[in-house]
Ligand binder design. Structure first.
Ligand code: ATP
Ligand code: MG
Length: 497
């Protein structure tokens, strides 16, 4: 069956999309895989709400990459719900003029309504529009927007009791406000299961609402806002795809490939350029409560430190201790510890976590690292602490660690490369990838790893020589610390099968 075109009556609904159409949450996000009607449903809701809105509510925004894109997508395209029945005769478009932006005037039930077309990356243009009171927002492809713009729209929506916001998106940058500010604080269909009988609507092939994929659900904050809701749509949520079309997609993008996560599921952080994102899925992440670890087997807990020196990033990290005005330059990163629990032969391991001591005074950092390592004993009491590898570029940190850190057998500078065994950064990166791919390296499901390690793995990018690109933020510090363990133990890690 082909998709709907020309009349909203042709839209085919599933239990999930029925819910979307009836959803009344103040802030509504529809995101996920490509081409499953996200923009279609959003436009439908947007226009319906505008047309029914009260006489005093009459100013709306539709935001996208730029005016040309918005015009193409919403004004000109036959795929645009604006051009479908029953809306097609209900509006007029006024192209950009000198005095203001482009706008659509819609004939509402209670008078004319204006919709401003707003580019979401141009601060000059959008701040002009945001000057007025906005009664409703529709942001298409929101993860591409300027974060400040999205924050501004969300906070205006919250401030005005009657305002609302609808946004759509595909998978994007996990560090964007779209995710941490909205999606991760929204309710999900999994939350409302209990409140609905979750029965299939008549004629639908889908048995029940599909729950949110684990790769997205794991980011959910404990502290969510009831006025926010998101729907995650996969390819299957487009009922107009035939079985053979779906099968063709699956053939092209096999399960668990990064293409599967980015295209079929539409999950955040999975991009072609990322060497590690496909190893941040459910199959690589394990719940690991110590009583269930094979204590006899996993005995070598290895630590590493990447030193940020006294040069701190301008981005303030939570729980950090900074002296006033003491941020140094805006380059440079944070001191971070990473730890991996290996089995006794060093043939497999768990990334057990890490720690940011976040103190401006280096001796304090070393002291806090020592306490952190000591605390690991409470979780993995039978494990030994054979090594702590330190940032080879920071000899003063080395001295501090040597004087303060107890409970570690050997503290020494990390080996970064060793050309006698042809070991350099690209080789170390492939070794790490290989360990992940072979299931030899797993990530423990804990707060540090969820918040810092997984995003760092997903954000990592390689240059054309196969080295990690330094993004001058904490991501790179985490990756450096992780790399130090692999490069320093390289001989041990490759000689065993
Ligand atoms: N449930 C449906 N019933 C009928 N047609 C549909 C349905 N879902 C999608 N379509 C068709 O698919 C087209 C594409 O939908 P739309 O552009 O809204 O997808 P999208 O999820 O926003 O895609 P993208 O991720 O590329 O932005 C629609 O214009 C419509 O013709
Ligand atoms: Mg779309």
């Amino acid at each position: 069956m082909a998709g709907a075109n020309g009349d909203i009556k042709e839209i085919v609904y599933t239990p999930m999309t029925k819910m979307i159409v009836n959803d009344e949450h103040k802030i509504l996000t529809i995101y996920g895989a490509t081409g499953n009607g996200k923009s279609m449903y959003s436009t439908l809701k947007f226009l319906t709400r505008i047309i029914r809105s009260r006489p005093t509510h009459n100013t709306y925004i539709i935001a996208g990459r730029d005016i040309q894109t918005l015009e193409k997508r919403f004004i000109e395209s036959n795929h645009s719900v604006f051009n479908w029945k029953p809306f097609k005769d209900k509006w007029t478009y006024y192209k950009q003029n000198k005095s203001g932006g482009s706008q659509i005037i819609v004939k509402g039930k209670y008078g004319d309504k204006q919709i401003f077309l707003t580019p979401f990356n141009n601060i000059n243009t959008y701040s002009r529009v945001l000057g007025s009171t906005i009664d409703g927002f529709f942001i298409d492809e929101a993860v591409e927007s300027d974060e400040l713009f999205l924050q501004e729209c969300v906070s205006r929506t919250i401030r005005q009791e009657h305002s609302w916001l609808i946004q759509t998106s595909n998978g994007g940058d996990p560090a964007h406000y779209f995710y941490w500010g909205v999606v991760d604080k929204s309710m999900t269909v999994d939350d409302v299961y209990e409140n609905t009988d979750n029965k299939p609507v008549e004629g639908s092939k889908l048995p029940r609402l599909r729950s949110v994929p684990y790769e997205e659900l794991r980011y959910q904050s404990d502290d969510r806002d009831r006025y926010k809701m998101f729907y995650h749509l996969s390819l299957e949520d487009n009922p107009t795809y035939t079985q053979s079309q779906l099968e063709a997609y699956y053939r092209e993008y096999p399960k668990n490939s990064y293409m599967y996560f980015s295209r079929i599921l539409g999950v955040r952080g999975f991009t072609e350029e990322s060497p590690f994102s496909s190893y941040t899925t459910q199959s690589n992440i394990v719940k690991l409560d110590y009583p269930y670890v094979d204590r006899e087997e996993y005995t070598q807990h290895v630590f590493s430190v990447d030193s940020g020196g006294h040069v701190f990033s301008r981005k303030i990290m939570a729980d950090s201790m900074y002296n006033d005005g003491d941020f140094g330059t805006n380059k440079g990163g944070h001191t971070v510890v990473m730890n991996i629990l290996f089995n006794k032969n060093y043939t497999k391991g768990y990334i057990t976590g890490g720690y940011f001591p976040n103190d401006m005074i280096q001796l304090n950092n070393a002291e806090k690292i020592s306490q952190y390592i000591y605390m690991q004993k409470t979780m993995y009491p039978l494990a030994q602490h054979p090594y702590l590898f330190n940032d080879p570029a920071d000899s003063s940190m080395m001295a501090s660690l040597l004087s303060r850190v107890k409970n570690v057998n050997t503290i020494r500078p990390a080996t970064k490369r060793d050309m006698s065994i042809k070991m350099d950064e690209p080789v170390v990166i492939s070794l790490m990838q290989q360990w992940f791919a072979d299931g030899k390296l797993k990530i423990v499901d804990n707060e540090f790893n969820r918040r810092w390690l997984i995003p760092a793995l997903q954000q990592a990018r390689l240059d054309n020589k196969g080295r990690l690109i330094d993004n001058e933020d904490w991501h790179s510090d985490v990756m450096d610390a992780l790399k130090y363990i692999f490069s320093s133990l390289y001989r041990l890690l490759i000689t065993k099968i």
